[in-house]
Design a protein around this ligand. Structure first.
Ligand SMILES: Nc1ncnc2c1ncn2[C@@H]1O[C@H](COP(=O)(O)OP(=O)(O)O)[C@@H](O)[C@H]1O
Ligand SMILES: [Mg+2]
Length: 280
């Protein structure tokens, strides 16, 4: 279990993460949502011990991560937003290299890299340089690289940004399979569909604050399961209702065009923060 207790981190006057408290259970697939600048990467980097909080505690299974950084690092696999591959090395060499860094024996490295290349369907390209891989294949390689040392927790930062829909789905399938195998997964995303599809629970962050946590269904139903969208004062307005009938009834007072539809996570996020998830 990962536990955050009152974690804070500022850069000068900017409070990147403010008084963040959360528990993520073993085997959970947790999604941290929020627009750019919300503090997601900062939180992830404090979890992976790359940066230290100004105050507050991060612990895994009751052990503060700052008490034994090496042990904490071994328990986690990290997939950063930007490539951490060695472009001039082959896929296999990238995995081998990571294995060496984590002290795996040659035999362990061979076994584990073969297993992971198979899992990611990269066997045929294993001897090609990483820089020749497509964006999607590089992402897959980054994920299996993070798994070389058999971590219990996988942390991914905006892992599907820039990938087309087909690749995004392939990555989702891979992550789902990993969760089935028992891995605890924490990912950040600003794609609502990604969070809604994959995550058992999400946390919505905005301006350094964790605004709300819950399952996607809980968060949506709290906002209102149906949304009425209409045009008012030159912009699109939204109102939330528990049922479609109520949304349609309310629409009868409107003069212009309207749309009544099922609410999604993005609607709930907008209601909560008045911001869009993909806001720049
Ligand atoms: N190394 C840094 N130096 C200064 N400001 C930073 C640094 N890293 C992040 N910030 C600021 O902290 C806030 C949160 O950033 P970040 O954690 O990257 O958000 P997200 O990943 O949700 O986009 C932003 O305002 C960002 O500009
Ligand atoms: Mg980020």
């Amino acid at each position: 279990m990962i536990v955050y207790e009152n974690v804070c981190k500022s850069y000068g006057a900017i409070g990147a993460v403010k008084d963040f408290s959360l528990k993520i259970g073993r085997g959970e697939f947790f999604g941290l949502l929020g627009p750019n600048g919300a503090g997601k990467t900062t939180l992830l980097r404090m979890t992976t011990t790359h940066i230290a909080p100004d105050s507050g505690i991060v612990s895994i299974d009751g052990e503060r991560i700052d008490r034994n950084l090496t042990r904490a690092k071994r328990r986690m696999g990290v997939v950063p937003q930007y490539s951490n591959l060695e472009g001039e090395l082959s896929a296999l060499q990238n995995l081998e290299y990571h294995g060496r860094l984590y002290g795996l024996s040659p035999r362990q490295r061979r076994r584990r890299s073969a297993e992971l290349l198979e899992f990611a369907a990269l066997v045929e390209r294993k001897n090609d340089k990483a820089k020749t891989f497509s964006g999607g294949m590089q992402r897959k390689l980054m994920i299996v690289k993070a798994l070389m040392h058999e971590p219990e927790i996988l942390l991914l930062d905006e892992t599907t940004v820039g990938l087309d829909a087909a690749w995004r789905r392939r990555i989702w399938d891979l992550l789902r399979e990993l969760q089935k195998q028992g891995l605890t997964i924490l990912l950040t995303t600003h794609y609502l569909e990604e969070a809604q599809t994959l995550c058992s629970r999400v946390g919505m962050m905005d301006s350094g604050l964790l605004k709300r946590t819950g399952s996607p269904a809980e968060i949506i139903s709290e906002a209102g399961n149906f949304v009425l969208e209409y045009f008012e004062n030159g912009e699109t307005a939204q109102r939330f209702f528990d049922s479609r009938a109520e949304a349609v009834a309310a629409a009868s007072c409107l003069s212009g065009e309207f749309k009544a539809r099922e609410a999604n996570l993005e609607d709930a996020f907008i209601k909560l923060t008045k911001k869009r998830l993909d806001a720049r």
